[in-house]
Design a protein around this ligand. Structure first.
Ligand SMILES: [Zn+2]
Length: 140
């Protein structure tokens, strides 16, 4: 963790506070080029936009995939106030971003909550392999 990492992480924490002040969950993130230039900033807007997918990390991963070349994305770091959730981690991996620096871990976040917010979902599978593989074979 460099002094520049800490400066940019503090900015992500400021964005988290701004998100909370706007009536949303307290999470903020930004993208920075390898010279420390901030490319984009976001905070959580899941409440005000009534969209469960609007975590700042997901919004920035989508932005990076749209706006950056693969080389630029790989040289870009996401700074985020909390460790990305599973949804955002998947998007970050698909975006090509090269690095994530976070403040609170998921476990540290859970320790700050007075209620459990994650619901359990039942997943069933794999199934129908021979039929399901048909539209996939040869695509990759
Ligand atoms: Zn997330």
């Amino acid at each position: 963790m460099t002094p520049d990492d800490e400066r940019l992480l503090r900015r992500a924490i400021e964005l988290a506070a701004a998100g909370r002040a706007s009536g949303n969950p307290p999470f903020g993130s930004l993208l920075a080029a390898d010279d420390g230039t901030i490319l984009a900033e976001e905070h959580n807007t899941t409440i005000t936009d009534r969209d469960i997918s609007l975590h700042p990390e997901l919004k920035l991963a989508v932005w990076a995939a749209r706006e950056l070349t693969p080389e630029a994305a790989a040289a870009t770091t996401m700074y985020t106030s909390c460790q990305p959730c599973g949804m955002c981690t998947g998007a970050i991996e698909r975006s090509g971003l090269g690095r994530v620096v976070y403040a609170l871990s998921g476990a540290q976040l859970d320790d700050l909550k007075s209620v459990t917010t994650a619901a359990k979902v039942t997943m069933t599978g794999p199934a129908l392999h021979d039929e399901a593989k048909v539209p996939v074979e040869g695509y990759y």
